[in-house]
Design a protein around this ligand. Structure first.
Ligand code: TXA
Ligand code: MG
Length: 323
């Protein structure tokens, strides 16, 4: 049985404490929730969050769910409205994820939210997940603990088979629900069901009234995947720039970039570049510049996801300029 695999640790109090310490120090830990196993990292650490995308081999940056031990902790990261209060009161801890606006002082990494102005938050209802978040003493960003494009794992053995690069899997047995959380977007006037999951539409509608489906909601741009509503810089992006032209801010990459330029990674480390991507674009997106010139980033590893995001930001601007 794969239980003998050294990477799989029984979820004893001692191992949960060690795993919490590992997360605080920047490591990744796969852990059980009531829905599926998550691949967790300190949500406030850009570098650790970048490691999640690297481990999952995700071809692009999709926003992650941020896990909190209690509603009060989640309310420090996002702005709750009356409906969110009611849903949290009714379904948390539980298999419901709420998409809400990031607070200005939100400590969660921009990469974890894929650069969006909103954040998906939930309080899981599983003793191991709860204990881990409390031991780590930070919010935990966690997508399902599977390689991109494969099914979500519901046992520790599934995680170890599917994500061999992950060093620690806390084994808390099979996930009781075995299906991902329901994702509800509460950032528009009416709530939108982005992903069906563990809490049923009927249960939620008993609280919210009728839920819109993303395809029928006015903004077709906000459902997960290709239609994510992304943070769009106010400035146009010029890709594959060798240097800044007059009036442009320069976003560099690697040791060849000018010393005074903002640099995704001065050493050319692609994981570090991913960690810095959204925060640096935001920092350069200022009215005194007319554009952001971005130096080439290699397509290797997370470079593919970085370039995907840069290309879409550049195209997005082009679209907005069209009549
Ligand atoms: O049950 C679950 O939700 C599991 C456990 C580990 O909590 N997690 C999970 O995460 O399924 P993931 O990354 O596989 O799916 C997250 C979903 C995606 O559909 C993503 O598009 C959506 O949540 N999402 C996250 N942040 C969002 C945001 N700001 N706006 C819209 N959708 C968001
Ligand atoms: Mg998933």
């Amino acid at each position: 049985m794969i239980r003998s695999d050294p990477k799989i640790l029984p979820a004893s109090a001692e191992n949960i404490a060690l795993a919490g310490q590992s997360i605080r120090q920047g490591g990744l830990v796969a852990f059980p929730t009531e829905t599926v196993y998550g691949l967790g990292a300190d949500a406030t650490n850009e570098q650790s969050v970048a490691q999640i995308f690297a481990a999952k081999e995700r071809p692009r940056f999709t926003p992650l769910i941020i896990h909190f031990a209690a509603t009060a902790a989640a309310a420090q990261a996002v702005d709750f409205n009356a409906l969110a209060d009611e849903l949290a009161e009714t379904f948390w801890p539980g298999a419901l994820t709420l998409v809400l606006p990031r607070r200005r002082d939100c400590a969660v990494s921009f990469l974890a939210g894929a650069g969006l102005d909103t954040l998906a938050v939930r309080v899981p209802n599983h003793p191991v997940a709860q204990a881990l978040i409390n031991e780590a003493a930070c919010p935990i960003a966690a997508p399902s603990a599977n390689r991109s494009g494969t099914v979500s794992p519901t046992t520790a053995a599934h995680v170890a088979e599917n994500l061999p690069a992950v060093t620690v899997v806390l084994d808390g047995g099979a996930c009781p629900l075995g299906i991902e959380s329901t994702v509800i977007d509460l950032t528009d006037e009416s709530p939108v069901l982005l992903r069906p999951g563990g809490v049923t539409r009927e249960e939620i509608e008993a609280v919210t009234g009728p839920l819109a489906n993303p395809e029928f909601a006015g903004q077709a741009s906000k459902s997960p995947g290709t239609r994510d509503r992304h943070y769009a810089p106010g400035l146009p992006l010029r890709l594959n720039a060798e240097s800044a032209r007059s009036g442009e801010a320069l976003l560099g990459f690697g040791p060849g970039a000018p010393k005074d330029a903002a640099n995704l990674s001065p050493t050319g480390d692609i994981v570090e570049a991913a960690a810095n991507l959204f925060a640096l674009i935001r920092a350069l997106d200022r009215p005194e510049f007319r554009a952001i010139a971005v130096m080439p980033v290699p397509e290797t590893g997370l470079g593919a996801a970085i370039n995907d995001r840069l290309r879409r930001a550049a195209a997005q601007y082009g679209d907005r300029r069209e009549p």
